[in-house]
Design a protein around this ligand. Structure first.
Ligand code: FAD
Length: 470
């Protein structure tokens, strides 16, 4: 067996692992990264990027269809149609450009990338099962081991993946468009993809065990999304549980969880997307041999991403919620800096969350309820996009921006927004929290006109009792 020693060994080339590796190499740390699949992990290959590409393509098609039916803008279009294969080639092209970019960055910075499956021997040793059969196995020893192995889709025992039952990964590269897609789970992944499929022309029904969609977000934020689902014709079966596929395999058996299982009924479906959450990937690579402290299904870490074993670090989805690419990247960058000798802690003012539904939802920091629960005396204010000129020119005047700030000193503790394109307001929201902005700082900043950002300024003005445009 060949052997190799390195200073930092990273398992997993997703956004957490590859960012950690690049930063470590920049800081002069001898770094090796093991990845069994394509670089970029879930995010670039089967997550954030391809889903947003599909969402954009579906929205473009829906706009054209809408204009074909009746356009207040005076645009006339005849019989729009979809070339699904071309749409997927376009999406795959974006993924290929980004993953090639990651490979180039790793190489440029001098990271040694090894392809294959990592099996942990101990906290300082990892065996590599090479990608190519017949290739010589490799044993790597390291001073620091960074676990960035990500997560995997949760499978429902009643609806195992296979045949018509797919995870988000397969739903992002469909061989054809289903006639009727049943989505199990009304969280952000299920709704983002369900809306995209509906816009592409499929009938879509969403089944959810709880009584509401997007349970992570408050009622006011969810209301415009629920209205949009109704407008698009996405059917909702709330409070329902799935029993499995029907006998013919072309229907899903469900029942109202508030009632009797014997009253189950069937919904015809030629494809079923199960999107009921993701689970840290902690199996299949002898992680158990390290006997690390766990936090439920996730690896337990402290505020420096140290695990319970000295020299073993963990970042990203494998450490649990919030499972978001930007959290994984920020943790990766921090771990590299700590190993290089810098003093860092992971104590962000907030980790923004964006839901790319139609309309989009952004949550940064505390909502009014969360602030109250934390014992803070806060005021909050909302500004509607119906009073924002730019929103009207984008044919999208639904939704609002909300700010939450301490009553005594006006320190901003949270921003929320729902509306078309609000994901791009996230940078302003996060910066204001991280920099300790007060309502006056935002209200006194000149915001360019006409932009959606003016709604941010107006929200701060309104919280101060001085709104100008509402
Ligand atoms: C459909 C979908 C949409 C999403 N949209 C968003 C979004 O809009 N915004 C957002 O922030 N997040 C989004 N996410 C979540 C985001 O993709 C993850 O939070 C992010 O990828 C986590 O990064 P990571 O580095 O922790 O793990 P991953 O990206 O999962 O990477 C882990 C890597 O480790 C490799 N690996 C694991 N074990 C081994 C081993 N033993 N040997 C070798 N290699 C191994 C895997 O092959 C994988 O490439 C989405 C996820 C999905 C599924």
């Amino acid at each position: 067996m060949k052997t190799l020693s390195t200073s930092l060994l990273v398992i997993g080339g997703g956004p957490g692992g590859y960012v950690a590796a690049i930063r470590a190499a920049q800081l002069g740390i001898r770094t090796t990264l093991i990845e069994s699949g394509p670089l970029g992990g879930t995010c670039l290959n089967v997550g954030c990027i391809p889903s947003k590409a599909l969402i954009h393509a579906a929205e473009a098609f829906e706009n054209v269809c809408r204009y074909a039916a009746d356009s207040p803008l005076g645009i006339r279009v005849d019989s729009p149609s979809i070339d699904l294969a071309q749409m997927l080639r376009w999406k795959d092209g974006i993924v290929a450009r980004l993953t090639a970019g990651v490979a180039a960055l790793l190489k440029k910075n001098g990271v040694h990338v090894v392809k294959g499956w990592a099996n942990i021997v101990d906290g300082k040793t990892v065996d590599l099962q090479p990608e190519n059969i017949g290739a010589e196995p490799l044993r790597l020893s390291c001073e620091n081991l960074l676990l960035a192995t990500g997560s995997r889709a949760v499978e429902l025992p009643a609806l195992p993946f296979g045949g018509p039952v797919v995870s988000a990964t397969q739903a992002l590269s469909p061989p054809s468009l289903p006639k009727h897609l049943v989505v199990v789970g009304a969280g952000y992944i299920g709704l983002e993809l369900g809306i995209a499929y509906r816009k592409l022309g499929a009938e879509v029904t969403v089944i959810e065990m709880l009584e509401r969609i997007l349970p992570a977000y408050d009622d006011e934020l969810v209301k415009p999304v629920a209205a949009s689902l109704r407008r698009l014709g996405v059917r909702l079966q709330m409070g329902c549980k799935v029993l499995g596929l029907g006998a013919g395999g072309d229907a899903v058996r469900i029942y109202d969880a508030r009632g009797d299982e014997s009253k189950a009924f069937e919904l015809s479906a030629d494809r079923v997307l199960v999107a009921v959450g993701r689970r840290p990937r902690t199996e299949g690579y002898h992680l158990e041999s390290l006997r690390l402290d766990m936090n439920g299904p996730a690896i337990k870490i402290d505020d420096q991403c140290r695990t319970s074993m000295r020299g073993v670090w963990a970042i990203g989805d494998v450490t649990g919620e919030p499972m978001l690419a930007h959290r994984a990247m920020a943790q990766g960058e921090m771990v590299a800096e700590i190993i290089s000798g810098k003093r860092r802690r992971f104590i962000p003012a907030s980790i923004p969350a964006v839901c790319f539904t139609d309309p989009e939802i952004v949550v940064v920091g505390q909502t009014p309820e969360e602030a109250a629960l934390a014992g803070l005396d806060c005021l909050h204010a909302q500004f509607p996009f119906a009073a924002n000129g730019r929103a009207m020119t984008l044919e999208s005047a639904e939704g609002f921006v909300r700010v939450v700030a301490r009553r005594d000193n006006h320190l901003v503790v949270g921003w929320q927004a729902v509306g078309r394109g609000v994901s791009e307001l996230c940078a302003a929201f996060s910066q204001s929290l991280e920099m300790g902005a007060r309502l006056e700082d935002v209200a006194m900043t000149i915001h360019a006109h006409p932009t959606l950002g003016e709604a941010v300024q107006e929200t701060a003005l309104r919280a101060l009792g001085r709104a100008l445009h509402v």
